[in-house]
Design a protein around this ligand. Structure first.
Ligand code: ADP
Ligand code: MG
Length: 335
């Protein structure tokens, strides 16, 4: 494809996220449906060209588990990235429409994401960096594919400036500033799988009986797909775990974090991820033991103990997911 903006006809808004929005478009000359992601980049022309060059790597990414790339171009303040359109949308949208996702489907999601991550890493040395339900797409053929991986270092840098925080899939080591590794993606996968299986973001759980159970205050407001502006507080905001912070936490009750600038609550969530035990696929007995065990392996807080995507592809739950005759295409037909 020689993509030009004037050949693309807007059909529908698909959503918006970190520094961008996505539209369903038709490439009129070829009648191809595409998803066009528009990213506002506040950078010099040289940097924009560099980003465009880096994005070309995606032309070499060919996997059944990766959304195909059609091309990218500059369109004044924006960079447009055109990719394969997934007609059933992302998994966050699906569970919000139909409720918690059947665990057999979740096992297929785990399989697809691991295949995609392993392909990106083994073939291209790419780490995804943004695994979450809104970046796992589904189509009516029953295919599950990942999108929005970090191919362009310059793009990552440029977006980081206008970061709106869906940082809540971030691993403990990332929150603490360690380098990204492929294991950080495994953590994000674990959180995403729990979210799909329960039909809600795991950190909004109120069932824990430790003294942090008032994290349930966040329910409904910490929706991971809604952008939350996170501008960091002044340096030396020490003593987050004090009486005062508890009071602030209570004060923030019922206040939507969305678009609300910096709130202490988000920092406390990050602190929770770092300091508290990792979530589990619970309640015990509701899901197959091997699913519980798989998620447990993804959510080891110490990255050295956490498994790699390649290890996890050997896990019995994934072996089972590969062999099961569960029909995803038929399932796609139910909604
Ligand atoms: P985020 O992933 O943080 O939600 P994005 O800007 O990447 O933000 O995407 C916005 C929404 O557009 C996603 O939630 C998803 O539902 C939809 N979307 C993105 N890419 C595609 C695609 N290739 N096909 C269909 N829907 C898509
Ligand atoms: Mg996305």
């Amino acid at each position: 494809y020689d993509l030009k903006d004037e050949d693309l006809k807007d059909l529908q808004e698909l959503g918006a996220g970190n520094g961008g929005s996505v539209k369903k478009v038709e490439h009129v000359p070829t009648h191809t449906l595409m998803a066009k992601k528009i990213v506002l980049i506040d950078a010099k022309p040289s940097v924009r060209k560099q980003i465009l060059r880096e994005l070309q790597i995606m032309h070499n990414c060919h996997s059944d588990y990766i959304i195909s790339f059609y091309g990218a171009f500059l369109s004044d303040p924006n960079i447009c990235i055109c990719m394969e359109f997934a007609d059933k949308g992302s998994l966050d949208g699906i569970y919000k429409r139909i409720g918690a996702i059947d665990i057999d489907v979740v096992s297929k999601v785990a399989l697809a994401v691991l295949e995609g991550l392993t392909y990106l890493y083994d073939v291209h040395r790419i780490i995804h960096r943004d695994i979450k339900p809104s970046n796992i797409l589904f189509n009516s053929k029953g295919q599950i594919k990942i999108c929005d991986f970090g191919v362009s270092g310059e793009l990552i840098n440029s977006i980081a400036d206008t970061f709106v925080g869906t940082s809540t899939y971030m691993s403990p080591e990332r929150i603490q500033g360690a380098q990204y590794t492929v294991k950080s993606d495994v953590w994000s996968l674990g959180i995403s799988l729990i979210e799909l299986a329960l039909g809600r973001f795991p950190f909004s759980d109120s069932s824990s009986d430790d003294d942090d159970s008032d994290l349930s205050d966040f329910e409904g407001t910490l929706s991971p797909s809604k952008p939350m502006t996170l501008s960091l507080p002044p340096p030396k905001s020490k003593g987050l775990d004090t009486k005062e912070s508890k009071r602030n936490k209570r004060k923030s009750k019922g206040v939507s974090l969305q678009g609300g600038g910096m709130t202490m609550s988000i920092l406390e969530l990050l602190q929770h991820i770092v300091n508290e035990p990792a979530p589990r696929l619970t309640p015990e007995g509701r899901f197959p033991k091997m699913a519980e065990d798989f998620v447990y392996g993804c959510l080891m807080k110490d990255p050295d103990q956490r498994k790699t995507p390649k290890d996890l592809l050997q896990h019995e739950w994934i072996v089972h997911a590969r062999e099961t005759s569960f029909d995803l295409e038929a399932w796609a037909g139910t909604f």
